[in-house]
Every structure is written in structure tokens, then in C-alpha cells.
Design a protein around this ligand. Structure first.
Ligand SMILES: [Zn+2]
Length: 415
């Protein structure tokens, strides 16, 4: 089972927009570009909403049937660990094994020795084709890198073997993620991480490192875009060499998590993957839900009132909602409009604040991030919320499709 060259992860909190999401991929295909849709949902999202993984599978299957999609598609058990993988086994065929929590824990002395021994040939002057200059990894550096990452990779191997024992070999795609940590991984670290992944014979097809800079949910990249570009290019070269050196799957590629809305680095990502003819997986951050709120606002009347009520509740429950996402959002409370102000807005004004059009004078990234984490409130509305989605399906679908196609595909893939 192989993941195509270009793939795009689409989260959908309430599992209603599968068809609207897939429409963007159909459009891309008409334009000559094959992008594989991957419906991803994490355990945290399922817990917050009270949904089950089979609902995501059902949504994906239905969308594929209704639009007659003949390409590949996958359902991704996102950021899973041994504790929660079980509920995803049947409905998923893509598993993002999250090892962030294990980084820094120590492997045994024997295991660490083996890791250093098997990589000792890279010490001294070592260059990576495509990267200017050379590295000088030392034995001590290998101990440090092994000390930081080896235990985590061994943990990933345990989870991988468990999934394999249940689903069978080559019956699912494996991604390894380590993005939800505070320190980014250097290209050299990535090389030795891939060495360990290969030693554990995990057939990873995508790897999600932590890049430098902030990847906040639903808003643009914050950081040095030039530095990101250099790092991303080096990571591409590292993956290339690791495939040859360690015999990892030929289609192994980088995965960019919280990759939606990172408009300022899309030109670099796009031009580098084209320059080197490389694949990419972009995992979006459940921003389809923001398009639902935008669509409700535009629909006006009771739908707009519901959107305003969700925002007002989110303001009141700020700490509760933002707490779990503290490392992936940056909200300046002073920049948030009051409930009173928002309840006086018409649909266009509300949509303009929320929609990610960086140059629009009314765009408010603080409000956007707060609503991003406020899906719990919509879940509490239950049928009131989902019935409203149904009632305004047309206008909402349009927002969802346009967001994926116009603001993402066209920018990343130059469509
Ligand atoms: Zn992630």
C-alpha cells in the first residue's frame, strides 16, 4: 500500500464536509494534478466531540462514492499512541504514530551502544549530497542524538508492530510524527532518526519533524521564512540520502503538520519540491470547521446568531478551551472583539474577521485561533449545530471547497 507523491490531510471535526473537501481534489485533478486525500482525526478530537473513528471512515467512503473518486484515499488515525490505537484499528488505513512524549527518555545502555556502533561510519567528515559544506558528527554527538530519540523510535516500533499484527503487513500507511515538541530537529538529527527508524524496520512513508518557527493552528507561519526554507531544503536532501543509505521506502517524504494556512512558507515548500521533484504530505489543522462557522455567519439570521453565540461562549471559556492547545496557538486577548461588538456584526463582517485573508482590514487572527479551538462548544450544541449545517449546506460547502482549493492547493502546487 503506497501513498502518492502529493497528499493532503483534511480534518473534519463534525464529519459533514467530506464531499465538499473532496471536490477540491476533483478540481485539482481536472487541472492535471493528482493529490491524495487523507481524512485525519486525532483521539483528542474524538474525545472532545464524542465521535468515533468509524464515523470518519463512513464520511470518507460516502464522499468517494458520491463524487465517483477513482483515486486513492486514506483514513488517518492521527497522533495515536499505544494507549488509544485500538479504537482506530478497524476504520483506519493510515496511522500517524506520535512519539513526541517519548523524546528525551533514555534507551538502555546496550541499545544506545548498538545505535552508536551502527552509525559510527558517519562520524568525521560527512557530507549530504545537495547540502553545501559538511557535517562533522562525533561519537559523542551520536550518543546525544541516540539519547534523545532512540527510545522514542523503539516505542514507535512497538506501536507499528502492534498495528501490523492486527491489520497485516503492507495493509496500511505509516507516518511517524514528532512535531508536537518545543525544540525543532536539525537536519542531521533527522538523518540519524531515519537511521533508527530503518534499524527498527518501520516502513515509514512519511515523517513529520518539528521545523523551526511557530506552526500555530489555522494562521500563518511565524518565524524566519528564509531559515525555514534552508532547513526544509536540507531535510529534503536528508530524506533522499536516508532512502538510499538505509533502504527506507522509496516514496518516504516529509509531512508538514498544522500545515494549513502557512501562506508565507508555501512559495518555499512549493518551489523546493518542484526543484527536486519530491513529494509532500500537508496535514491541515481541522480548519474545515472554521469554514462551517464562516458559512453560518454568511447565511445570516439564526445561523449568524449561532456563530456569534459560539464566539461569545468561547470568550467566556477562554482558559478551558485554549489550555490543551497552549503550544500551538498565540492569542492576544486584547485583540479579541467583545461579545457585544460581534453580536452587532452582519454576516459579511463576521466572515471577514474569521476568514484567512491576511490583507483584509477586518481579518482577526486572534479571533480565528480562538474559534479554532472552540469546536467543543459547537459539539455541545449537538443537533442544533449539525442541523444548522444541513440547512445551510450549500453556502458552507462552497467555503470548504474554496478554502482548500484557492487558498491551499493553488498556492502550494501552483495551480
Ligand atoms: Zn502533528
Amino acid at each position: 500500500m503506497q501513498l502518492g507523491k502529493y497528499s493532503f490531510g483534511i480534518g473534519d471535526r463534525f464529519a459533514r464536509q467530506g464531499e465538499a473537501q473532496l471536490k477540491a481534489f476533483v478540481e485539482a485533478r481536472k487541472g492535471g494534478l493528482d493529490i491524495t486525500p487523507v481524512w485525519n482525526k486525532s483521539n483528542r478530537e474524538h474525545m472532545t466531540i464524542g465521535s468515533e473513528p468509524h464515523e470518519t471512515r463512513h464520511e470518507a467512503d460516502n464522499a468517494v462514492k458520491r463524487l465517483d473518486w477513482s483515486g486513492a484515499w486514506f483514513v488517518d488515525a492521527d497522533h495515536i499512541s499505544m494507549d488509544n490505537v485500538e479504537r482506530f484499528i478497524e476504520s483506519s488505513d493510515f496511522f500517524t504514530i506520535d512519539v513526541a512524549d517519548y523524546i528525551g527518555k533514555k534507551a538502555s545502555g546496550r541499545e544506545l551502544e548498538d545505535f552508536v556502533d551502527s552509525n559510527i561510519k558517519f562520524t568525521g567528515k560527512f557530507s549530504i549530497p545537495g547540502i553545501n559544506g559538511s557535517f562533522n558528527p562525533t561519537r559523542e554527538m551520536l550518543y546525544l542524538i541516540g539519547g534523545k530519540f532512540l527510545f522514542a523510535i523503539k516505542e514507535a516500533a512497538k506501536i507499528y508492530r502492534h498495528i501490523e499484527s492486527r491489520k497485516g503487513t503492507n495493509k496500511f500507511i505509516t507516518e511517524i510524527s514528532m512535531d508536537e515538541v518545543s525544540d525543532s530537529q536539525t537536519p542531521l538529527e533527522l538523518f540519524f532518526i531515519l537511521s533508527a527508524i530503518s534499524a527498527e524496520t518501520i516502513p515509514a512513508q512519511t515523517i513529520a519533524p518539528k521545523f523551526s518557527g511557530r506552526f500555530n493552528k489555522g494562521v500563518d507561519y511565524r518565524g524566519d521564512t528564509g531559515k525555514f526554507s534552508t532547513e526544509f531544503e536540507q531535510d529534503l536532501m536528508v530524506v533522499d540520502l536516508a532512502i538510499k543509505e538505509f533502504g527506507l521506502p522509496e516514496n518516504l517524504k516529509l509531512s508538514v503538520h498544522s500545515g494549513s494556512d502557512k501562506f508565507s512558507i508555501y512559495p518555499a515548500i512549493g518551489s523546493l519540491i518542484r526543484k527536486y521533484d519530491k513529494g509532500i504530505h500537508i496535514k491541515t489543522a481541522g480548519t474545515t470547521w472554521l469554514e462551517e462557522v464562516t458559512g453560518l455567519a454568511l447565511a445570516g439570521g439564526a445561523a449568524l446568531n449561532l456563530a456569534a453565540a459560539i464566539y461569545s461562549a468561547a470568550l467566556e471559556r477562554f482558559n478551558e478551551l485554549c489550555g490543551p492547545y497552549a503550544t500551538v496557538i498565540d492569542i492576544d486577548k486584547g485583540e479579541l472583539p467583545s461579545s457585544g461588538e460581534v453580536s452587532g456584526w452582519d454576516g459579511d463582517r463576521f466572515a471577514a474577521a474569521l476568514r484567512h485573508e491576511p490583507n483584509h482590514p477586518d481579518y482577526n487572527p486572534h479571533m480565528r485561533q480562538l474559534i479554532h479551538v472552540a469546536y467543543k462548544i459547537a459539539a455541545e450544541y449537538g443537533h442544533t449545530y449539525t442541523d444548522m449545517l444541513e440547512e445551510h449546506k450549500e453556502i458552507i460547502s462552497r467555503q470548504v471547497t474554496e478554502n482548500i482549493y484557492n487558498r491551499h492547493f493553488s498556492r502550494i502546487f501552483n495551480l
